[in-house]
Design a protein around this ligand. Structure first.
Ligand SMILES: Nc1ncnc2c1ncn2[C@@H]1O[C@H](COP(=O)(O)OP(=O)(O)OP(=O)(O)O)[C@@H](O)[C@H]1O
Length: 198
């Protein structure tokens, strides 16, 4: 039976890089948990690849039909953009393992929906000083660095990922990403192979 591996961690802890690297590992055979979003599709994006691009009416329908697993909304200058996970029958847990990225809150919702035995958290932890330096370096490379937003997220993480919340979510294992990324990946891959039973 398949599992959903769910990557969680503070901003700039390395989630995106770890996600892409694990997806690229052919022997893990992981499929993506694709989020739905109401934000407009950008050039180069493809419906069903980066996201399922949809609208608020669909969100309401999914809510009413009990198919909505979790939702978040971000107030942007263009209005509210919703991001959500829903189950319209696309998850084939009888024969497929999945990988997704989310927050502690979305992890708890997904765990509540599919069951604790089906959802496996991959909590990535990077020491705060190293993480801040990486966040600044990443921001410096942007055409228009948004340092205030970066700092806001960094500070919000202290609250969003307090030790109490991590414990309450049932996170027991942590994967440290303080050194080489390859080292962290190796550790996660070994863990995944054990969980998958290969
Ligand atoms: N082990 C590592 N060594 C050096 N740099 C790293 C390592 N892991 C990640 N990075 C760098 O840290 C930055 C943050 O990584 P990434 O974007 O994957 O994090 P994230 O957790 O997805 O962040 P966010 O939640 O803020 O989007 C990137 O610039 C990435 O290249």
């Amino acid at each position: 039976m398949g599992k959903i591996f769910y990557i969680i961690g503070k901003s700039a802890s390395g989630k995106d890089h770890i996600y892409e690297a694990l997806l690229a590992e052919k022997d893990l055979k992981l499929a993506q948990v694709i989020l739905y979003t109401t934000r407009p599709i950008r050039s180069g994006e493809q419906n069903g690849r980066e996201y399922y691009f949809t609208d608020e009416l669909k969100l309401v329908q999914l809510r009413l039909s009990g198919k909505l697993i979790e939702e978040r909304v971000y107030d942007t200058v263009y209005g509210p953009w919703y991001y959500f996970t829903a189950d319209e029958g696309q998850f084939r847990l009888d024969c497929q393992d999945y990988i997704g990225i989310g927050t502690l809150e979305s992890y708890e919702k997904i765990k509540g929906y599919f069951g604790e035995d089906k959802v496996c958290p991959l909590y990535i932890e990077t020491e705060d000083g190293i993480r801040l330096k990486r966040a600044i370096q990443r921001e410096e490379k942007q055409p228009e660095p948004k340092y205030a937003e970066m700092c806001r997220r960094y500070l919000a993480d202290c609250e969003d990922f307090s030790e109490e919340k991590i414990q309450a979510a049932g996170i027991r294992r942590r994967f440290l990403n303080n050194g080489e990324l390859s080292q962290c990946l190796q550790e996660i891959k070994a863990y995944l192979l054990l969980q998958i039973g290969r």
